[in-house]
Ligand binder design. Structure first.
Ligand code: SAH
Ligand code: SF4
Ligand code: F3S
Length: 460
């Protein structure tokens, strides 16, 4: 059997895609390996969102070049493919810059991988970066259709791809193309198969997941809110999440889902990016600071225990100190359970990269540090606020210490608990005793008896 090594960079959609590529190639006789040196086929599933992310790929390709040469001395062939958003953005340029690469495949063409590999075997330099008319999802999980390979208790499910928003800093509309939503029936089918394979929690993915508008079985387009209601009816699918959302697409149906569905976890990633209205307008976000804050108030009214997460960019072209202070003020006002923050990175081809008033790196670094300090303090406060609380934890895997398991709280925090391994894949009530740097420590509130494990295990 040939061996496949996939390295994934970037967002969760790449994680989902990497698994689908592995599923597709499993049918072609490739077995996944975690050891780069053993691989007959190496795929780098790349990210183009910031300059650093894109550059990582080339340094990895440098390492792979040496490895390929060493394997060639032993008479072993190694094929190297670049997939993902760098592949889409740079195409043939990758083959020029990194001669070690045999094939380049964009995110919309993974179902063509077997043909591309065959082509590259004949002649180096197979490329596919079209946005084909046919639906890659229709063709991709062919392998998993017969036998879904569950990779754990939680799973991602891409429901929507691409973006029509064109924020002026962002490459995603170019690398992932325009918004496409998968049909409801296809998603229900995939979710059911995941549950049959032991999955208890599904996170719906999309670059703009709440812009979802997939064809429903009744002939109308369904919203994300309606899809969530339907998914919540699947027995054994105990937890639902979705990411990433745009503030413009939080509609009433989605707020109703947060209010009405106990399966929908009380945690929402809703990026604002910056606090000042001038900057938001220059980013083409199409919402103001006041819109965002009012929206959060409505979300909290629908689901009072919801925890907020977000993304921030510091040092967008022309950002003044006073404007940056407005970003800090938004953080104070919202109170995030967690948030990601980035230095603005000029991306080729995006409108903001052509602005004259780019901010010096030292200024960006200093702002980033101040923002991160504030976010970290909030995250710690949020974690601390859980101490003494009792809530359900979904156990995912063994912990670092013997006898310990790690699970997730409803708010996505890792929770370490002394618990029997039969509880992996189960939900149990835990009281929180203490906090770690980025996690919680708790105790099972009732001793687990054999019969209880058997009972809940037999539920599915
Ligand atoms: N679709 C999602 C985000 C996708 S990219 C959304 O609209 O929220 C993930 C995050 O990367 C973005 O939220 C943004 O904060 C950050 N990002 C995107 N482009 C960037 C750039 N050019 N420089 C720095 N950060 C960027
Ligand atoms: Fe990028 Fe904006 Fe689209 Fe998000 S909404 S993917 S930040 S263009
Ligand atoms: Fe990166 Fe592409 Fe995701 S640029 S963040 S891998 S959509």
């Amino acid at each position: 059997m040939k061996k496949l090594y996939v390295k994934t960079y970037g967002c969760q959609m790449n994680v989902y895609d990497s698994d689908r590529m592995a599923d597709t190639l499993a049918v072609e006789g490739y077995e996944a390996t975690g050891t780069l040196e053993d691989a007959d086929l190496i795929l780098l599933n790349t990210c183009h969102i910031r300059e650093k992310a894109a550059e990582k790929v080339y340094s990895e390709l440098g390492r792979i070049r040496k490895l390929k040469a060493a394997r060639a001395l032993e008479g072993k062939e190694t094929m190297v493919g670049v997939a993902g958003c760098v592949a889409q953005a740079e195409g043939a340029e990758i083959l020029r810059r990194a001669p070690v690469v045999d094939l380049v495949v964009g995110p919309s063409s993974y179902h063509h991988l077997p043909e591309l590999i065959a082509k590259a075997r004949d002649k180096r330099g197979a490329i596919e970066t079209e946005f084909p008319i046919e639906d890659k999802f229709e063709h991709l999980p062919a392998a998993s259709r017969e036998k879904t390979i569950a990779r754990g208790v939680t799973a991602f499910l891409t429901v929507q791809e691409g973006c029509d928003k064109f924020c002026t800093f962002c490459v995603v509309p170019y690398t992932r193309g325009s918004e496409v939503s998968r049909p409801v029936a296809q998603l229900i089918d995939e979710a059911k198969r995941l549950v049959d394979a032991g999955v208890r929690e599904v996170t719906l993915l999309g670059q703009n997941v709440n812009a979802y508008h997939g064809a429903g079985p009744d002939g109308t387009d369904w919203t994300l809110g309606r899809l969530l209601h339907r998914l919540a009816e699947i027995p054994g699918l105990d937890r639902l999440r979705y990411t990433t959302s745009h503030p413009r697409d939080m509609d009433d149906a989605l707020l109703a889902a947060h209010r009405d569905l106990p399966q929908l976890m009380p945690y929402l990633h809703l990026p604002i990016q910056a606090g000042a209205d001038r900057v938001l307008a220059a980013m083409n976000r199409k919402h103001t600071r006041a819109d965002y804050l009012a929206l959060i108030e409505r979300i909290r009214a629908a689901r009072p225990d919801i925890a907020m997460s977000g993304d921030f960019i510091v040092g967008f072209p022309g950002e003044t100190e006073a404007e940056f202070a407005e970003t800090l003020a938004v953080v104070d006002e919202v109170g995030y359970a967690s948030a990601y923050s980035f230095k603005y990175s000029a991306r080729p081809g995006t409108p903001a990269s052509a602005e004259a008033d780019q901010i010096a790196d030292a200024v960006k670094s200093e702002r980033l540090q101040r923002l991160q300090e504030r976010i970290d303090a909030q995250a710690r406060a949020f974690n601390r606020s859980r101490v003494g609380m009792t809530f359900d934890v979904l156990f995912e895997k063994p912990g670092k210490r013997a006898g310990q398991l790690v699970g997730r709280s409803p708010w996505l925090q890792p929770v370490h608990v002394m618990a029997p391994s039969q509880l992996i894949g189960e939900i149990a009530a835990v009281v929180i005793d203490d906090i770690g740097t980025n996690s919680l420590f708790g105790t099972l509130i009732e001793p687990v008896t054999e019969s209880r494990v058997a009972m809940s295990g037999g539920k599915r």
